[in-house]
Design a protein around this ligand. Structure first.
Ligand code: AMP
Length: 185
């Protein structure tokens, strides 16, 4: 099972991806987590992307696509994976498609979590302890970047007949149940 969890910052993708790891026996691939790990380990990738993450803007497509491609070929991802925070531009969606097609693979489900913007801001502000990009001005910028660059990815998967939108409000368990139902589990 290869699943994409889609939605704006604060929609609950990371929380749900972690729960789904246990429920489905496949791994989460969070590009944000991979970048944050690279930054804390001060790898060349981390040094390259630190100021971008701190600013709330997007890392360039090639860097993200290379990172995802080198991650997904690892044996632990052979049973499948949950993509969280990728693809975030239509160029990334196209690159993912080409990567999968070359391997004779495809995405099984694309799930968008729908949460009103006021609720997103509340959640992100409350999460704000510890993440440099969870301050009010960075949150506003990240939501703007989402609307401009990331939202078109939804239409891209809708055109392929794969996009499903689920209500992202409720308890963590309720939302997990909705996702499992949407993917037929
Ligand atoms: P996240 O943890 O998903 O909110 O990602 C945190 C930050 O990492 C984003 O604000 C971007 O700077 C960077 N990032 C994560 N995933 C991507 C992606 N697919 N494309 C570009 N930048 C990304």
């Amino acid at each position: 099972m290869k699943l994409i969890l889609f939605g704006p910052p604060g929609a609950g993708k990371g929380t749900q991806a972690k729960l789904l790891e246990a429920a489905l026996g496949i791994r989460q691939v969070s590009t944000g987590d991979l970048f944050r790990a690279a930054i804390s380990n001060q790898t060349p990738l981390g040094v390259k992307v630190k100021t971008i993450l701190d600013s709330g803007r997007l890392v360039d497509d090639q860097t993200v696509v290379d990172l995802v491609a080198e991650t997904l070929v690892k044996p632990e991802y052979a049973p499948g994976y949950i993509l969280d925070g990728f693809p975030r531009t239509t160029a990334q969606a196209e690159a993912l498609d080409a990567f999968l097609a070359a391997r004779g693979e495809r995405i099984d489900a694309f799930i968008a979590l729908d949460v009103p913007e006021d609720e997103l801001v509340d959640r992100l502000v409350n999460r704000g302890q510890g993440r440099a990009d969870d301050t009010p001005d960075k949150i506003r910028l990240r939501l703007q970047v989402y609307r401009q660059e990331t939202e078109p990815v939804f239409a891209w998967y809708r055109a392929k007949g794969q996009a499903q939108t689920l209500n992202g409000l409720g308890t963590v368990e309720e939302i997990q149940t909705r996702i499992l139902h949407a993917i037929g589990r």
